[in-house]
Design a protein around this ligand. Structure first.
Ligand SMILES: O=C(O)[C@H](O)COP(=O)(O)O
Length: 286
């Protein structure tokens, strides 16, 4: 059984070196192109191995993952059929004809970056110093300061230093369909928190459905891809600090019939290595 896993293409805030988290921003032109390349990589890999393309998709509830999967499915000549995952997990369907079901969950959203959302990475490095900055970004338990959601819910014209000071003005309506208590939604998370909120989706929906639907395609974010790898590969709390995820380079995770990890590899390992290092250095250089 296989999961094709990737981070979304470059977003507007990635291109400006700004912490994104739950801010709902679009892909850049480069991000759209990266998404297209990732579709080509998956198609070529499947063809070379005599495999069928993945049959079901998962994204977060943030537009950058939806835009990424839209580009990929266009390249697969498939039509997305989006379903928001609400309180009760729906029964998934596999792709049938041109239709490709995509399940969208807040559990796959990027780590909530608290009060760092909308702030420049260089600026936060300057304010916190390198050790604390890297602790918050990469330690398994490192948490940013909490966001003041009352303030963030209010849209006004003072957009602060970066233009992204007002971050989630639609949050109170956006997640209504999930049928979850709003207190459950985060306002500043560590990677450990992300693992805990992602794991139910993985264990109760994504993995059990692999047997019925066939291979799946997951488009997540830096932190949700790190969390998936941590859970499936059994990466330790200290080793996960060194894992950085490049934009839109698919990896294949193979599992045995008992969902035990077999192996993981990138479809473009050289580019993945170079771009993962650039992600690690964000804020530190340039
Ligand atoms: O939320 C963000 O800004 C990024 O997608 C992840 O940022 P990081 O690589 O600095 O954790």
């Amino acid at each position: 059984m296989r999961l094709y896993v990737l981070r979304h293409g470059q977003s507007e805030v990635n291109s400006k070196n700004i912490f994104g988290g739950w801010i709902d921003v679009h892909l850049t032109e480069k991000g759209l192109q990266q998404a297209k390349n990732s579709a080509i990589l998956i198609k070529e890999y499947c063809k070379s191995q005599g495999l069928e393309l993945p049959k079901v998709g998962y994204t977060s509830r943030l537009i950058r993952t939806e835009e990424t999967i839209n580009v990929i499915l266009k390249e697969f000549s498939k039509e997305p059929e989006f379903h928001i995952v609400s309180g009760a997990l729906p029964t998934q369907r596999a792709s049938d004809g041109d239709i490709f079901p995509v399940y969208q969950s807040w559990r796959l959203n990027e780590r909530h970056y608290g009060s760092w959302q909308g702030q420049g990475k260089h600026k936060m490095l300057g304010e916190y110093g390198e050790e604390k900055y890297m602790y918050i970004r990469r330690d398994y338990f490192g948490k940013p300061p909490k966001a003041d959601l009352n303030r963030e819910m209010v849209q006004d014209f003072d957009q602060g230093d970066t233009g992204y000071e007002f971050k989630e003005p639609n949050r109170h309506v956006k997640y209504l369909e999930e049928e979850i208590n709003h207190d459950e939604l985060p306002n500043g998370e560590s990677l450990c928190d992300v693992v805990q909120r992602l794991n139910p989706l993985l264990q109760d929906m994504i993995l059990p459905s692999l047997r019925d639907t066939g291979d799946c395609l997951i488009v997540g974010h830096g932190s949700t891809v790190r969390s998936l790898l941590k859970i499936l590969e059994g990466i330790s709390d200290s080793e996960i600090k060194e894992v950085n995820i490049p934009n839109a380079i698919p990896s294949v995770i193979e599992l045995d019939d008992n969902f035990k990890f077999v192996r993981k590899f990138y479809l473009d390992p050289e580019n993945a290595k170079v771009n993962a290092e650039l992600v690690r250095q964000e804020g530190l250089k340039g």
